[in-house]
Design a protein around this ligand. Structure first.
Ligand SMILES: [Zn+2]
Length: 413
């Protein structure tokens, strides 16, 4: 059976885990490691798709939960799928909605890499009475954050919605836990996620068979297990071995609670168990050092809202760290956001202009800052890919992180 989806490895790190490669999809190739730009609601906020392509993005990830609520998957299906709907001709991903649905229940903020230190137990357990989502063995019932209407997501609903959205890569519906859930709860949750994965594969096989004329959608199973090595390894093995009606997962997502300090270790546990010939997506990371930690241990693609989210608040990434362009220091700076940057913003505008746009609350400010930050992140991951291919990974990592964090260390002193 040809699906139009495959993964080819082209280079490997000495540790046997980190690799470079190419993911082939019906809408084009993704050279990995690759940064997938987030367009949660079928839009990279404030940036037209031509500019997203021009900054080097190879793929865009949207969110099934948001698009299910608004505008609804039927209209996107009728438009010819997510890529057509948003005028993005290259590969697309959708995540299952599990994270968004369940974070309503847990009551914590929409941070993707969870850092337990930032969430008190009250915040995480906040709820009980005004809880917006409840989990049972069959699925999740939740209240829309838009209008308070009640909805239910099950593995079958998530698969149906993601088939209507039509992205090249879709994810199995999984339960999100937090680092503060008990070990017993993590075990129960993992078993529930395993049973949901079986149901996702079954529904995916049926839905794929119903519309054979459509481009193939690759389904990724999501490895949970929080910070527990035995649970992560078991989940990875179970998902790797899972076959329903001759169909197994085309790739894997690494999801859930990840503490920054353990990110590389958790990706390593999972990569050691997963088949090397299928791609691995790390769901939601944030900072430059996270990319190195994850890529080194075998992650191939990433999504991250951080570059655009912070750009909208005037925070600018550069090779020398991050700064805020709306502070007084930049009011008269007739230099680009970052010296030597090849992005559209830095090629045409100054810090003083961006400073002015933010102060004047002009829409163009967030747009131009987002273009720069997304380009910075794409270029960061592209450079890691080149260093893997050329055999210079260790030296490149030391140089990049040394420079990026040097000023932060200096400014904290
Ligand atoms: Zn730039």
């Amino acid at each position: 059976m040809t699906t139009g989806f495959s993964f080819e490895r082209t280079a490997e790190l000495a540790n046997g885990l980190g690799r470079a490669g190419v993911i082939h999809t019906p809408h084009g190739d993704i050279r990995t490691p690759a940064f997938v730009v987030v367009g949660t609601k079928a839009s990279v906020k404030g940036v037209v798709p031509e500019a997203v392509a021009a900054l080097g993005a190879q793929a865009v990830l949207a969110n099934a939960y948001h698009l299910y609520l608004q505008p609804g998957p039927a209209i996107i299906d009728a438009a010819g799928g997510l890529g057509r709907f948003m005028n993005w001709p290259a590969p697309t991903f959708t995540d299952s909605g599990g994270f968004q649905v369940l974070s309503l229940g847990a009551g914590f903020k929409k941070v993707l890499s969870m850092d337990s230190a930032r969430h008190t137990s009250e915040q995480v357990i906040a709820g009980g009475r005004d809880r917006l989502a409840t989990v049972d063995d069959d699925g999740v019932t939740f209240v829309s954050h838009l209008n308070g209407s009640r909805h239910r997501f099950t593995p079958e609903v998530s698969m149906r919605v993601q088939h209507q959205l039509g992205a090249d890569v879709i994810f199995a519906f999984d339960e999100l836990t937090t680092l503060l859930d008990t070990r017993v709860y993590q075990e129960e949750s993992l078993e529930r996620t395993r049973r949901w994965a079986v149901r996702c594969l079954t529904a995916h096989a049926r839905l794929t068979g119903e519309r054979p004329e459509r481009p193939y959608q690759a389904l990724f199973g999501v490895v949970q297990g929080a910070q527990y090595e035995d649970l992560r390894r078991m989940a990875a093995r179970d998902l790797a071995a899972m076959t329903i009606e001759g169909r197994s997962f085309d790739g894997f997502g690494i999801g859930g609670a990840l503490e920054k300090e353990n990110l590389g270790t958790i990706v390593r546990w999972v990569s050691e168990e997963l088949p090397a010939d299928r791609p691995r997506h790390l769901l939601g990371i944030s900072e430059p050092d996270d990319f190195f930690a994850a890529i080194e241990m075998g992650a191939d693609t990433f999504d991250c809202v951080n570059p655009s989210r912070v750009a909208r608040n005037a925070a600018i990434y550069t090779a020398d760290g991050r700064y805020n362009v709306n502070t007084a220091a930049h009011r008269n700076a007739l230099a680009p956001l970052e010296d030597g940057c090849d992005c559209y913003t830095c090629s045409h505008y100054t810090r003083a202009y961006l400073h002015h746009l933010f102060k004047a609350k002009e829409m163009l400010g967030p747009t131009l800052a987002t273009i720069h930050n997304e380009r910075f992140t794409v270029r960061l991951v592209d450079a890691i890919r080149r260093s893997i291919t050329s055999g210079d990974y260790a030296a490149h990592k030391a140089e990049f992180l040394g420079r990026f964090y040097a000023r932060r260390i200096a400014s904290n002193a």
